[in-house]
Design a protein around this ligand. Structure first.
Ligand code: 13P
Length: 323
């Protein structure tokens, strides 16, 4: 198996998504009364990455362009944590519809060379699928998944490992059944296109959404139901050659994400749904409490790191189905 994938899928470990773009970190900071600047962003991420023992629970971190260029990849490499980087560049309107496709293929090759020189071993490309009665359209899926496959192919040619992340948005009032239907359709189409473009599925990580009803549906499903529908969806759509599937938290609370992950890991312990390793690549679910505890103050670094480490430990146990 590819060495990067093998390092990333170690038991008890997962991937930290710390790749918020400038608008995202600005919003995140504003929610706790902070003003984002490159210096403050660096301090925050340094606080996270220098947490003692982080390497027991985290095998890789996804960085944003600003962060990898600030040299923070080295802090991670020194701890044996693999450096990843987000390489797409936002979304654009598709065909005058409400659907938005991911952009970032322009000059991607040059940017990948720069990131590789800065120590990146893996990369992330995210697209967003909005569910409604009429969306996603077939034309949108073909275009957006095609771009994702072009990205994956190029990353492999550069000797790195691509994460492909077709995020199924939680926004909307759709049912669990509709979420399962759209997630299955999206993933099946993704793997068809990846195969058409000769992407090597053994050197690829799928970052997947859990199957849950829309946020505005008012329906809360229990972890056992989430795990059943999520694993059934993956079994029906993800080829067995894919070595690793990591879940995003996608706007669920930290506890929801962790308990759902725990149930998924428990249910697939004997790999009856599929042979892939299953892990996490949470952003908000891992960081939110630590950000509040830090609050931008140097004197809070130690207590924020304690909070962060507690969440990491719990998520690590959930990744093994041991909570
Ligand atoms: P969340 O876990 O906050 O959804 O972030 C993961 C991620 O990388 C989204 O692109």
């Amino acid at each position: 198996m590819n060495q990067t994938v093998q390092n990333l899928l170690q038991p008890y470990k997962g991937i930290l998504a710390a790749d918020e773009s400038t608008p995202s970190i600005t919003k995140k900071f504003a929610n706790v009364g902070l003003i984002s600047t490159p210096e403050l962003n660096k301090k925050y991420r340094e606080m996270l990455f220098t947490t003692p023992d982080i390497e027991k629970y985290i095998s890789g971190v996804i960085l944003f362009d600003e962060t990898i260029k600030q040299g923070l990849g080295e802090v991670l490499s020194d701890k044996g944590i693999l450096v990843g980087v987000k390489v797409y560049q936002g979304l654009e309107i598709f065909n005058d519809t409400e659907e938005k496709v991911t952009k970032g293929l322009e000059r991607l090759s040059e940017r990948l060379d720069i990131y590789k020189n800065l120590g990146a071993m893996f990369t992330k490309w995210r697209m967003v699928v909005k569910i409604s009665d009429v969306y996603p359209s077939d034309a949108f899926l073909t275009e957006d998944l095609g771009r994702m496959a072009d990205y994956a192919k190029l990353v492999q040619e550069k000797g790195m490992t691509p994460i492909v992340e077709p995020e199924i948005l939680l926004d909307g009032n759709h049912t669990n059944t509709r979420c399962e239907e759209i997630t299955t359709k999206t993933l099946k189409r993704l793997f068809e296109i990846l195969k058409e473009k000769s992407v090597d599925l053994t050197n690829l990580i799928l970052k997947a959404s859990m199957v849950i009803p829309g946020k505005e549906s008012g329906v809360i499903v229990m972890p056992l139901e989430v795990s059943n529908s999520t694993l059934r969806t993956l079994q029906n759509s993800v080829p067995t050659e894919v070595p690793l599937i990591v879940f995003l938290s996608g706007g669920q609370t930290s506890d929801q994400s962790i308990f759902n992950l725990n149930e998924i890991a428990k249910l697939n312990k004997d790999k009856k749904f599929g042979p892939w390793d299953l892990s996490f690549s949470f952003g908000r679910a891992l960081q939110d409490e630590a950000l509040v505890a830090w609050g931008g103050k140097d004197e809070n670094v130690k207590s924020a790191q304690d909070v962060f480490l507690e969440v990491l430990k719990k998520t690590s146990s959930a990744r093994q189905g041991e909570l």
